[in-house]
Design a protein around this ligand. Structure first.
Ligand SMILES: [Zn+2]
Length: 248
């Protein structure tokens, strides 16, 4: 996306979220870009965190957040932490990493990047108020032919949740058929049931950090980059809505 498009996207997030009453925190200033987190608290409600745009070459996530916000995401009966675009520089440059070549989604243990340092600090502040109950992160995969997800579940196994998710998404996008994805054997087609430990000891992704912070349930959603952007966005929108249906 162009600088102007990314700037406009960030302005759209800001307007919609603040009009709904969300508090904005600036997590980091990266060149001309502010990296923001938004918190919307509702007394006694479960806390859902939604994260997108940590990999700059995966535009479907941030665009899906915008579509979800326009479709009334914040009306759900929960509190929210939303990071709609964690790597704005990467999105402008169409690169996975940040400006220093750091894969932000492997930086949650070492925390060398300003983006992740700010994100971690904010998450820890929010946690003093309430722990995240469900974490959702939106990604794309340049190698897969179909949609798949990672589930990290530190609570009771409830296979019906992911089955509902995959059924809903399959009406729009094929589910990945490979029995091994990214080095992981699938539990069923399109479903990686991942332990709450990193694949690489020092390369913690965001989802592992959330699990270590005490978040009991997370879903990382992966749409195939080889289908159209519109369909990837629609798959993410469908997936998030279904997960909110079955998790809340
Ligand atoms: Zn990604």
């Amino acid at each position: 996306m162009t600088r102007q498009e990314v700037q406009t996207l960030n302005e759209d997030f800001d307007r919609i979220l603040r009009e709904a009453g969300a508090e904005r925190s600036i997590l980091a200033q990266v060149g001309e870009h502010e990296v923001c987190g938004y918190a919307l608290w509702r007394e006694g409600a479960p806390l859902v965190m939604l994260s997108a745009g940590i990999h700059g070459d995966e535009p479907a996530g941030p665009l899906a957040v915008k579509a979800l916000l326009k479709q009334g995401l914040l009306d759900s009966a929960c509190s929210w932490l939303i990071c709609p675009l964690l790597n704005p520089h990467g999105l402008v440059e169409n690169i996975r990493e940040n400006a220093d070549g750091v894969d932000l989604n492997r930086d949650y243990l070492k925390q060398v990047s300003a983006e992740v340092q700010g994100h971690v600090k904010w998450l820890c502040q929010c946690r003093e108020k309430q722990s995240v109950d469900v974490f959702l992160s939106l990604h794309e995969d340049w190698e897969s032919a179909g949609f798949y997800c990672y589930e990290i579940n530190c609570g009771e196994d409830q296979p019906s949740r992911v089955k509902s998710l995959l059924k809903a998404v399959s009406e729009h996008v094929d589910i990945e058929k490979a029995t091994e994805i990214d080095g992981h054997s699938v539990r069923e087609a399109g479903w990686i049931y991942h332990r709450a430990e990193p694949d690489v000891p020092e390369g913690w992704p965001e989802a592992i950090f959330l699990a270590k912070l005490g978040c009991p349930l997370s879903f990382t959603l992966e749409t195939p980059s080889q289908i159209s952007l519109e369909r990837r966005v629609h798959a993410h929108v469908t997936a998030v809505k279904e997960l909110l249906n079955v998790c809340l």
